[in-house]
Design a protein around this ligand. Sequence first.
Ligand SMILES: NC(=O)c1ccc[n+]([C@@H]2O[C@H](COP(=O)([O-])OP(=O)(O)OC[C@H]3O[C@@H](n4cnc5c(N)ncnc54)[C@H](OP(=O)(O)O)[C@@H]3O)[C@@H](O)[C@H]2O)c1
Length: 337
Amino acid sequence: MTSAQPTQIPQEMPALVRRRYGPPEVVMLETRPVPRPKRNEVLLRVHAASVNTADWRLRAGAFPGILAVPARAMFGILRPRNPYIGTEFAGEVVAVGQDVSRFRPGDRVFGIAQAGGASAGYLAVPQDGPIAEIPARLDYAQAAALPFGGLCALCFLADFARLGAAQRLLVIGASGGVGIYAVQIGKALGAEVTGVCGSANIDFIRDLGADHQIAHDLVRQDAWPGGQDVILDTIGLLAPTAARRLLAPGGQFFPLNFGLREFGAAFANPFRARKTRIATSPDRAEDLQRLVQMVEAGQFTPVIGHRFALAQAQDAHRLVETRHRRGAVVLDVSAPD
Ligand SMILES: NC(=O)c1ccc[n+]([C@@H]2O[C@H](COP(=O)([O-])OP(=O)(O)OC[C@H]3O[C@@H](n4cnc5c(N)ncnc54)[C@H](OP(=O)(O)O)[C@@H]3O)[C@@H](O)[C@H]2O)c1
């Protein structure tokens, strides 16, 4: 049994799909049926979605390192099992299943669609998944820009690294999707933050709060400052040996993308004063709630670098794949009534 749908919800919606793994051109805008919420699901009218590195990897089937094997097994070995794409969303609840108690129609919510399908006019997601009310000071586009990078930066810095006041943090990829949050959350946790990005983005990361800035196209890696307590590499740039040279004793290196080399380094941790830590960030509602509290306390704010219409999604995917986006890439989703 599902809840009755109010009459103003249309039968059909625009939705981004890809029926095979491939370049941005496989992303197609189609007209699809509006989903009906199950008993424990909320149905949202999506106002904004975003395109992040996970969306790019899921679209292309390009999973990094040894993650390729479990990821292909999970999402489809030769072609994607689920054609709908899009992980981050922000929208308004328009209907709820009969068991839903956390949300009601009219609520402004944002989060992560773990089964995909966020880049569409409507989306049905479980009420107990990674979903939360949008902070009052954010609009839909800002809220859609928050979950992927915000959750990753929060979990890695606050929970895994236990970054503390006066510690030194090096963020590689500081102007990118995760980096913009890592810089701001690092500052909120009291760290001294050094950001690495291209020379065109140095002023941008200074404005975000980075105490020191390094242009990767001007300064060679062996001239980067050492004595770091935590290194977050969002790009997959540093080898563990190079990271250890930049760490202080007791320091920790977090490569967000990892393969056999990083696992090998992590195995040797008991014998080393400078550790390589392998972790994945969970997508949890309680962590979204922590982000909401930090946003409400003025500790950081989402940064949107690029906005596209849903029909321009191929361009958005193309940009994300360059690894040179600045902040979040948001799709303005307009669903017909
Ligand atoms: N382990 C986990 O649980 C987890 C969770 C979430 C995400 N991830 C992974 O983390 C990564 C997050 O990436 P993202 O979305 O933040 O990436 P992104 O947005 O593509 O990163 C772009 C940033 O990297 C910089 N950059 C590009 N080339 C560089 C180079 N050669 N040297 C140094 N910096 C360079 C860019 O600077 P310029 O443009 O200024 O050059 C920009 O600051 C993804 O690969 C994702 O799969 C892992």
